[in-house]
Design a protein around this ligand. Structure first.
Ligand SMILES: NC(=O)C1=CN([C@@H]2O[C@H](COP(=O)(O)OP(=O)(O)OC[C@H]3O[C@@H](n4cnc5c(N)ncnc54)[C@H](O)[C@@H]3O)[C@@H](O)[C@H]2O)C=CC1
Ligand SMILES: O=C(O)CCC(=O)C(=O)O
Length: 459
């Protein structure tokens, strides 16, 4: 019987290798520490084939934005070449780097623009150690590993704003004792208005009620309210009733500027605004005016329309034209996008995304992908050394499966699964009794089909 090694393509055929990575066993994976994610549903097979990815050392991973060490280690342990940078990269430098890369890991600062992706000829998967995009390149994220951290930050800010803690602390740092109770409040009995009742909004709802707040929320989806929270019919209703308003919606065309002058008008005089979602959600010049007029008694911002790529003295008008106006305002907490920046969140994200990337690179499984249908096949086992796994990403148009099956149907297909999501379909098939020349032939025939987006063969 031929061993797995015997069916390797030649090491010097680089273009060929770039597309071919062998499988690796489910048994070597552990479920991520986080809570019921798609990956946690994967059941390890007892005698799963213990393969290391073929030509492991040729898999190049670029990790930007200080991705957590736990995630880095998972990728390094696979034997991949991992390059790690603390900050993100400007577009031109990213284009230079991404040409060779198979896997990229990013956080919220890196923009994988069309220009960048066009140059990413070898890229097979993107790990968002936060969120996503769509190019036939799989994208994995960690949908709720940092939700609790954001919710806890917001709870801290609600109390800090109600008690003007930022101002008192700054005054003491400057040597001033200023003991005041005027316009300082308990939060018990006050109303929290949550805009966007998803992972973060829902956590916040529970925490706020535990501290004696009443919770109302507005969401485009009709959702089950937790505890005694109430869903409001309109955003205006929420703006008019809440004492504290906090935004937890995604960045979308519909959420751009969703808190603008008209919404500030609706707010109670002396209420508070918090934004730890995305910088475009709040119209900042309108907020500045609302704070100057006393309509808004305090605010906390964690996110901004423009954010710097790394740490440094960047929070000025060159970055955002109103930055210095913001810096001059009282009872305004400004934080550098740290909502999800806790050891717990970063470690959980690192593990979850790195495991998803590894599973995709080695096995083709798309469980937890943001932009592809979720497809998985049970692991190949030790009894199946001469099997190959075909992964075929293609346009979701009629007639493709017939053509694909004409190609693979000459062989014994042990198992096959296909699913689609929008315009993209994903097929996985395990084929038995194959050797290197068969694999090469299959690969070339699948690549030549007009519907092809990406072909990979794993073994
Ligand atoms: N500051 C930070 O470090 C972090 C910021 N975030 C941001 O927070 C956002 C929310 O995070 P999650 O709660 O995890 O997201 P999620 O997807 O679980 O919840 C978002 C909610 O917003 C609702 N929504 C969407 N459009 C809306 C609209 N126009 N009006 C009202 N509701 C709308 C959705 O129906 C959903 O219920 C993320 O998209 C991200 O931008 C997330 C993590 C960390
Ligand atoms: O911590 C980060 O880099 C990004 C956090 C965030 O905004 C997100 O997960 O969407």
């Amino acid at each position: 019987m031929t061993s797995a090694k015997d069916i390797r393509p030649r090491q010097d055929d680089l273009a060929f290798q770039a597309q071919y990575f062998s499988t690796s066993p489910s048994a070597s994976f552990h479920s991520p520490s986080s809570h019921g994610s798609a990956l946690a549903r994967v059941i390890p097979v007892a005698n799963a084939k213990h393969l290391k990815p073929f030509a492991t050392e040729d898999i190049k991973v670029l990790l930007l934005e200080n991705v957590n060490q736990a995630g880095r280690e998972i990728l390094q342990q696979q034997g991949y070449q991992v390059e790690f940078l603390k900050s993100s990269l400007p577009e031109d430098q990213l284009i230079e780097k991404i040409r060779d890369v198979h896997v990229i890991g990013i956080r919220s600062k890196t923009k994988l623009s069309e220009r960048v992706l066009k140059e990413a000829k070898n890229l097979i998967v993107i790990g968002c150690f936060c969120i996503g995009t769509n190019q036939g390149i799989a994208v994995f994220n960690s949908p709720f590993s940092n939700s609790r951290s954001v919710a806890e930050l917001v709870i801290g800010e609600i109390i800090a704003l109600a008690r003007q803690l930022g101002d008192r602390s700054n005054e003491m740092h400057n040597g001033t004792w200023n003991k005041v109770s005027n316009k300082c409040w308990e939060i018990r009995g006050k109303t929290l208005g949550i805009i966007g009742y998803g992972h973060i909004g829902a956590q916040l709802s529970v925490l706020a009620e535990a501290m004696g707040m009443s919770v109302i929320f507005f969401d485009v989806v009709n959702l089950m309210a937790l505890g005694t929270a109430r869903q409001m019919e309109t955003l205006d209703d929420l703006m008019a009733e809440a004492d504290f308003i906090t935004c937890h919606v995604p960045e979308l065309p519909e959420t751009k500027g969703m808190i603008g002058r008209a919404q500030f008008e609706k707010m109670k005089t002396g209420s508070y605004l918090i934004n730890a979602s995305r910088g475009t959600v709040v119209d900042i010049p309108a907020l500045i005016d609302a704070m100057r007029s006393g309509k808004v008694a305090g605010a906390a911002l964690d996110v901004y329309p423009n954010e710097p790529a790394g740490n440094g003295d960047y929070f000025n008008n060159d970055l955002n034209e109103w930055a210095e106006d913001l810096r001059s305002l009282k009872n305004l907490i400004l934080t550098p996008h740290i909502g999800g920046s806790t050891e717990e969140a970063q470690s959980a994200i690192g593990v979850e995304v790195a495991q998803a990337l590894t599973r995709y690179v080695n096995e083709g499984a798309t469980l937890g992908a943001v932009n592809l249908p979720e497809v998985n096949l049970r692991s190949l086992t030790l009894d199946e050394p001469n099997h190959a796994r075909v992964v075929y990403i293609h346009q979701n148009i009629p007639g493709v499966l017939r053509k694909v099956n004409e190609v693979i149907g000459d062989h014994n297909v042990d198992k096959q699964m296909t699913d689609s999501r929008g315009d993209v379909a994903y097929l996985m098939a395990d084929i038995s009794d194959v050797n290197a020349s068969v694999i090469k032939d299959l690969y070339e025939r699948l690549e030549s089909l007009p519907s092809r987006i990406m072909t990979r063969i794993l073994y």
